[in-house]
Design a protein around this ligand. Structure first.
Ligand code: NDP
Length: 377
């Protein structure tokens, strides 16, 4: 641990986990509902094995709908293929499986090729869904998935952001074609804006100068307006499509709700002007779970192709699916926006590590207003 300089000039304090062999974690040993969560002190510590590995002592983690879904087995077919491509012939098992996709913590060890981080750096990250999660004392990731935590946030606050930030970047930037330079005065509609992805996306788009319209329940109006939403439509007060049709057309729609939303939402886009409908709710993983990797991917690919073809030929709008993608450099940009006061964490509920099952129960109740965070250490 001779490194003294990191990309972001974070504090360097060395502390070795090498004496330890096992760690505390919440795991599942089978898929199911709340009863499958088990606390253990006997999970092997994920040590640094590769040159670009960064081992992190987790201070806080947060939960997302994906954790609930993964607890029930969602995506297991595709994720197991990614975890072990030879799983068909090996007796591979993903269990005990650790959930939790977000973390904020402190680097404790680095591979020989790591150039951006050093032990003692305070970092945050979103974890790929095929890797072991953050409801544990330690996580090891590659340095490309990690970023220096905003200095202005506590670990609890920081843990609420990485997954929704990486998802928003994937949807708005990669699929929606927006960025800091191109967003000024663009009209963007966000459906389901009161949850984790929505509350982050409003703030990112406002920081980039876009005009943001959102849909949410009436009792979330104060929250979303406080985060910068320009227009708020209460989806519980009559026909939401009718209310939105009275407004000027949009350049980009980020759909966090799914279901039949796309049937009316694509009509709200400016025709023949490069406008994009991006949904985070796609059937890809459900298809691969029910039909197998090959048939499921093919089926999903055909569905996407047909919808994209229909939209582009009928009204000249792009139809896209977006997926959360871990991305350290994107988090670097978010970190700067947070430290500049342009993005605030939205922590709705906080639980100690001993109450992870209660944190899942909170998530199961739905109606999120931001994020549920777990203090790990
Ligand atoms: P949350 O559970 O945090 O938020 C969902 C929000 O939507 C809640 O605030 C809820 O509040 C609101 N809502 C529910 N129904 C409607 C409706 N009909 N119209 C408007 N608002 C509604 O979820 P996330 O923000 O974390 O994620 C949003 C969706 O995106 C989820 O379905 C998630 O699974 C998916 N997702 C997909 C990813 C991918 O990689 N493809 C990555 C991340 C998320 P209320 O019910 O009180 O109105």
């Amino acid at each position: 641990w001779s490194k003294t300089l990191s990309r972001t000039g974070c504090r360097n304090v060395c502390s070795s986990p090498s004496r330890l062999q096992s760690m505390s974690a919440w795991v599942i040993d089978q898929y199911g509902s709340s009863g499958v969560l088990r606390h253990t002190e006997e999970i092997p510590i994920p040590t640094v094995n590769f040159a670009h590995d960064v081992m992190i002592n987790v201070s806080a983690a947060s939960l997302n709908p994906l954790d609930l879904n993964m607890r029930g087995g969602y995506g297991a077919t595709l994720l197991n293929l990614r975890r072990d491509p030879l799983s068909v012939v090996n007796s591979f098992s993903e269990f005990p499986l650790i959930l939790g996709r977000d973390l904020s913590g402190v680097v404790v060890d680095c591979g020989s090729g790591v150039t951006h981080f050093a032990p003692g750096d305070e970092v945050w990250a979103a974890i790929p869904p095929w890797k072991q999660g953050s409801l544990a004392e330690y996580v090891t990731l590659t340095e490309y998935e990690v970023s220096c935590k905003p200095k202005s946030l506590s670990h609890i606050e920081a843990a609420s952001i990485p997954y929704v930030a990486n998802t928003a970047f994937s949807a708005l930037v990669n699929a929606g074609g927006l960025c800091r330079e191109s967003s000024l005065n663009k009209r963007v509609l966000i459906t389901g804006a009161s949850g984790g992805v929505g509350t982050f996306s409003i703030q990112l788009l406002k920081a980039w100068g876009a005009h943001v319209t959102v849909t949410c329940s009436q009792n979330a109006e104060g929250l979303v307006r406080g985060l910068g939403a320009d227009e708020v439509v209460d989806y519980t007060a009559g026909d939401v499509a009718e209310q939105l049709e009275m407004m000027e057309r949009f350049d980009v729609i980020l759909d966090n709700v799914g279901g039949d939303t796309e049937e009316w939402a694509t009509r709200l886009l400016k025709p023949w002007s490069g406008a994009k409908y991006v949904t985070l709710v796609s059937p890809l993983l459900l298809n691969t779970d029910s039909m197998g990797v090959l048939d499921g991917s093919l089926h999903a690919g055909l569905t996407l192709h047909n919808k994209a073809f229909q939209n582009i030929t009928c009204s000249g709008v792009f139809y896209r699916w977006a997926f959360y993608t871990p991305d350290g450099p994107a988090l670097d940009e978010v970190s700067r926006l947070v430290d500049a006061g342009k993005i605030l964490p939205v922590v709705e509920a906080q639980f100690p590590f001993s109450q992870v099952p209660q944190a899942f129960q909170k998530l199961e109740q739905g109606h999120a207003r931001g994020k549920t965070v777990v203090e790990v250490a």
